[in-house]
Design a protein around this ligand. Structure first.
Ligand code: NAP
Length: 253
């Protein structure tokens, strides 16, 4: 296991699901971890479980809010070594019913959020020429799925951003990678299961089977499995891994 003692990390969307599992794994490895999101309640609840975690609210779609978050982290915690852009949201709709509003929401929360977060993170990392940037992308970054064209377009964009940034910083000790989970057991997936039940009249078990059948392993990914891959990308043995999309999907893609 990586020893991250003395390292400082930020996990956006760290109050629930994958972000919470990533924050726990980083804190267990010895890092000081700032978790952020819009709602203080889940953040405070998680932070109370570990002395190495601090809760700070921020909206990753709002430039001023992201800037204020990084300013606060620099003054209260110090320069960040690790930034995990995990916050995101998934709304589904057939393409012909995808409004411009929904399209923009999906791009804002899943792609522009990574741009804003990484840009602020790099301001500090560039000074020290070291750092780890990780985007929680998706198998939707690597293949299409019906009824989530806006989400998938945004997640494909995250990969383009990751690969380009990795090249821009290849002559430093800053690495930039994307982790691409398949369907993972989190509150977001719970909402997707509910939507399928609601919109198709399928039972919960049938809805689950519809989703798990996309994975050759015929199961959902666990948030802890994603967290361990993030831990690897933060540790000393991944220094030459950059610009990569690490698929955690039971062989789906
Ligand atoms: P989740 O439990 O719904 O977590 C999403 C987190 O993002 C929440 O903590 C939420 O906190 C935060 N968030 C949403 N909008 C935000 C905003 N505007 N500003 C700041 N924080 C915001 O879902 P999850 O499954 O763990 O998702 C984590 C990441 O994994 C996402 O990027 C998602 O696209 C990706 N992913 C998920 C799956 C899956 O099957 N679950 C598969 C592949 C990829 P607040 O509501 O308090 O802001």
């Amino acid at each position: 296991m990586s020893d991250l003692s003395g390292k400082r990390a930020l996990v956006t969307g760290g109050g629930s699901g994958m972000g919470a599992a990533i924050a726990r794994a980083l804190a267990d490895a010895g890092a000081t971890v700032v978790i952020s999101g819009r709602r203080m309640e889940p953040l405070a609840e998680l932070a109370a479980t570990s002395p190495g975690m601090l809760a700070m609210t921020a909206d990753v779609t709002d430039e001023a809010s992201v800037k204020a978050l990084f300013k606060r982290i620099t003054s209260e915690v110090g320069e960040l070594d690790i930034v995990v852009a995990n916050a995101g949201a998934a709304e589904s709709a057939p393409f012909h019913r995808t409004s411009l509003d929904l399209w923009r929401q999906m791009l804002d929360v899943n792609l522009t959020s990574v741009f804003l977060t990484f840009q602020q993170a790099l301001a500090g990392m560039m000074k020290r020429k070291q750092g780890r940037l990780i985007a929680i992308a998706s198998t939707s970054s690597l293949k299409g799925y019906a009824y989530v064209s806006a989400y998938s377009a945004a997640k494909h964009g995250v990969l383009g951003l990751t690969r380009s940034l990795a090249l821009e910083f290849a002559d430093t000790a800053i690495t930039v990678n994307a982790v691409c989970p398949g369907f993972t057991l989190t509150p977001m997936l719970e909402r997707s299961i509910e939507t399928i039940v609601e919109k198709t009249g399928k039972s919960r078990d049938e809805a689950i089977a519809t989703l798990t059948k996309t994975s050759p392993q015929r199961r959902f990914v666990l948030p802890e499995e994603v967290a361990q891959s993030v831990l690897y990308l933060c540790g000393p043995h991944s220094a030459s891994v950059t610009g990569q999309a690490l698929s955690i999907s039971g062989g789906e893609v």
